[in-house]
Design a protein around this ligand. Structure first.
Ligand code: B12
Length: 311
């Protein structure tokens, strides 16, 4: 594979990013991101702007990929010398040798599953990620799927993005795929849901929609119909929808990125304009607590139980 990939290149110009990606299994996007974040692998630019890498980088990057498979992080491997990577790979093998009394996968099952989701994300492997989602959904059931897989996975995606291990395109890929999966599950249940529905939305400025999907899933599992309005809904529109559709509750998700004072103000105003018999529930890591007439619930199973009791 490498030899064939290398033959496509003229040696004096070095190796193209596509050939390096094919030879090492490290994606093109990742190679670019490593160069930006860690200064390696270093490329030279052709007059056309295309990157070219020295052939010696192939072997070093193969070792880097192997070290990552063994649990080392991008920041540890991206700029490490071939010798250092060799040592990491050997140390890694010793650490994870099959048959060890307490290998990491014996201690906790969860991280290996989440690592598989992350690996599929790194490779932009849509089918791979989808089949992991389906498999874990049917094995764990919806509540555990969300609590033990989706939530920690998103946490890792956010953390790896912040640390430069994943590109923004990975984050988008993962959140779109997981969001669509959750939506397909609750929408299947929605037809038989009880009315009046619960209205699910977020406030303007908040682009995060996975909290809305989780919340919709919990409501649908609680046999309640969902009226999904989605992210960035202007408060006057929420008021108008309430008048038009008389929902059983208004459920809002607020991500940690939102300004707490502003959200509190918007919620206070909504509470004044929405009839007091319609509960307003707010959740998500940016949800402000302690507001009059606004229920703050970040725990999804508590929310699920509450929905079931809702008249
Ligand atoms: C995916 C993602 C995005 C995607 C969203 C795409 C989409 N379709 O949703 C995109 C790329 C748009 C994005 C953008 C940004 N993001 Co972002 N994002 C994330 C990521 C990876 C997942 C978010 C998520 O959905 N989490 C799951 C939510 C639902 O978890 P939660 O809020 O804790 O809620 C839990 C419960 O409270 C409950 N819940 C949620 N809602 C509700 C509602 C009700 C009623 C109830 C009962 C319960 C409930 O469900 C959850 C269960 O675990 C997080 C990482 C993380 N740790 O969350 C970063 C993260 C939230 N993002 C972050 C940042 C910085 C941003 C940007 C500012 C980046 C930028 N510079 O542009 C922008 C902001 C855009 C905006 N104005 O909204 C930071 C926030 C850091 C901080 N402390 O402020 C995080 C934490 C990443 C990080 N580690 O740094 N992001």
């Amino acid at each position: 594979m490498t030899e064939q990939a290398l033959q496509e290149e003229s040696p004096e110009q070095g190796v193209s990013i596509g050939a390096v990606a094919r030879a090492t299994g490290i994606g093109i996007e990742t190679l670019r991101m490593w160069e930006r974040r860690y200064g390696a692998p270093q490329s030279i630019r052709l007059p056309s702007g295309h990157r070219r890498y020295p052939e010696t980088e192939i072997e070093r990057l193969r070792l880097a990929a192997e070290a990552m498979r063994q649990g080392f992080r991008a920041r540890e491997v991206a700029a490490a010398s071939a010798g250092a990577l060799q040592a990491m790979v050997l140390a890694g093998r010793r650490r994870y040798r099959p048959g060890d009394v307490a290998s990491p996968s014996d201690q906790r099952e969860e991280p290996t599953e989440i690592d598989a989701w992350l690996e599929a994300t790194r490779q932009f492997d849509d089918e791979g990620l989808t089949s992991q989602l389906r498999h874990d959904w049917s094995r764990l059931g919806p509540m555990r799927f969300v609590a033990e897989r989706v939530a920690p996975f998103l946490e890792r995606v956010g953390q790896d993005w912040r640390e430069g291990e994943l590109a923004i395109s990975h984050e988008h890929f993962a959140s779109e795929r997981v969001g669509d999966f959750l939506a397909s599950q609750w929408r299947r249940l929605n037809e038989s849901g009880r009315t009046p529905p619960v209205l699910v939305a977020s406030l303007p400025g908040d682009q995060h929609r996975l909290g809305l999907q989780m919340c919709s899933l919990m409501a649908a599992l609680g046999e309640r119909k969902v009226l999904y309005v989605g992210p960035q809904t202007p408060p006057p529109e929420i008021v108008r929808m309430t008048t038009a559709h008389s929902p059983a509750a208004i459920c809002l998700s607020v991500s940690i990125t939102q300004d707490r004072a502003e959200v509190s103000r918007a919620l206070g105003q909504l509470r004044l304009e929405i009839p007091s018999h319609v509960p307003i529930v707010v959740g998500g890591s940016g949800a402000p607590g302690g507001l009059d007439g606004v229920l703050c619930m970040t725990n999804l199973s508590e929310f699920h139980d509450w929905i079931q009791r809702l008249e």
